[in-house]
Ligand binder design. Sequence first.
Ligand code: G
Ligand code: G
Ligand code: MN
Ligand code: NA
Length: 253
Amino acid sequence: LLIEQGLRLCIENQELFVYYQPKVHVAEHKLYGVEALLRWKHPQLGFVSPAAFIPIAEEAGMIHALGDWVLESVCQQLRRWDEEGIEVGTASMNVSLKQLEHMDYKDRVLSTLERYSIHPSRLELEITESIAMCDQEHILHTLNELHEQGLKLSMDDFGTGYASLSYITLYPLNTIKIDRTFVEATTVSDQIKLIDMIISMTHQLGLEVIAEGVETVEQMEYLQARQCVLMQGYLFSKPLPANEFIIWLHQYE
Ligand code: G
Ligand code: G
Ligand code: MN
Ligand code: NA
């Protein structure tokens, strides 16, 4: 209840922040893009995880306002980085099923990008397998239209949901994000075969593949040896406020 009440005021009380986590191209030692992650600093509770408050925001119908705020904030930041001559590649945002169900979603995304003069190809939506399981014509239509405008689409937490694999060719995906549970398990033999399979599947389908949750040099080398060169995780950087992210970038590149 404390969370639900707090959510109603978090935007006007300026308690929300967007953190950015780098995605890197390991072979080229270059930044590939950033993932935007929402952070909420509650006046009493301190930082509350989106894993805790997003489901509550969805229930209470506040996810659309939060999603709009994130979209606006990311576009504003991309614009600022453009003006400063800082190249960050594509910025991705997490979107939930509830957000995509909204009839206006596509128009709100496109009009916000236009307002900040950002080409749609600079923005990526991270969806999860729950979206693929819901089988809604409307969502597929929305994603197809956004894709036609140039927006990128990635499947987050790949391999952890219960969707049938057929969605992979049904949805206009650019990228598969290998869930960190598969990356963590690169020392367990059965799991190793799974991650090998996922990587070779994405290569055969002509999709980009990125590994999430990379924390050790061993994991990085394992992935690189299998031609999975895009990575994200604490080994490179945790999610950071925009200004700290730029400091990280100067040191990295
Ligand atoms: O970064 P962190 O571990 O706190 O993220 C926890 C979960 O919250 C992740 O599943 C992430 O995808 C989700 N999340 C983070 N930011 C957003 C956001 O802006 N919108 C939605 N829908 N989910 C988010
Ligand atoms: O569901 P999604 O993949 O969007 O969630 C991303 C979450 O994973 C974020 O909360 C982020 O803070 C967290 N994260 C990012 N890198 C790492 C990592 O290397 N290890 C762990 N344990 N979590 C990570
Ligand atoms: Mn994500
Ligand atoms: Na994930």
